[in-house]
Write a protein that binds this ligand. Structure first.
Ligand code: HEC
Length: 111
C-alpha cells in the first residue's frame, strides 16, 4: 500500500518536471568559455559591444543561440561559439543566465 502511494508520488514528480529542462549548475560550468566577453555572471565586462545576458529570458536565449547556430541570426563571433553547443548545452546555458541577477527586466518568476 505505502509502496504504491510512494510509487505514484515519485511518478508524478517526473511527470511534473519539464522534459529536458536546463540545468543551472551545468550551465555555469559550460559558461566558462563565454565569460571573456559576457562576464562571469552575464553582467558583461564593461564593453557595450557585448550584450548583457544576466536575467535574460531563458526561452529568448535558447532561440537566439539556435539562430546563431543555424545562421538565421548572422554574427561571425557568436556563430563560432554556438556551433559547438548541443541542444542540452543551449538549455543549460540559458537556464544559468536566466537565473543571474542583472539590470535586464523580465517577467521571470512572475508568470
Ligand atoms: C569573443 C566574445 C564572445 C564570446 C566568448 C561569447 N560571445 Fe555571445 N556575443 C558576443 C557578441 C559580440 C554578441 C552580439 C552579436 C550580435 O550582434 O548578434 C553576442 C551575443 C550573444 C547573445 C545574444 C544576446 C542578445 O541580447 O540578443 C547570446 C545569447 C550570447 N551571445 C551567448 C553567448 C554564450 C552562451 C557564449 C558561450 C558559449 C558566448 N555568447 C560567448 C561575443 C561573445
Amino acid at each position: 500500500m505505502y509502496k504504491t502511494i510512494l510509487g505514484v508520488a515519485v511518478a508524478s514528480l517526473f511527470l511534473l518536471a519539464p522534459a529536458h529542462a536546463g540545468d543551472v549548475e551545468a550551465g555555469e560550468r559550460k559558461s566558462q568559455v563565454c565569460q571573456a566577453c559576457h562576464g562571469p555572471d552575464g553582467n558583461g565586462i564593461g564593453d557595450p559591444q557585448y550584450p548583457l545576458l544576466a536575467g535574460q529570458y531563458a526561452d529568448y536565449m535558447e532561440k537566439t543561440l539556435r539562430d546563431y547556430r543555424s545562421g538565421a541570426r548572422d554574427n561571425l563571433i557568436m556563430a563560432g561559439f554556438a556551433a559547438t553547443l548541443s541542444d542540452q548545452d543551449i538549455r543549460d546555458l540559458s537556464a544559468f543566465y536566466a537565473a543571474q541577477t542583472g539590470p535586464l527586466r523580465s517577467m521571470r518568476g512572475t508568470r
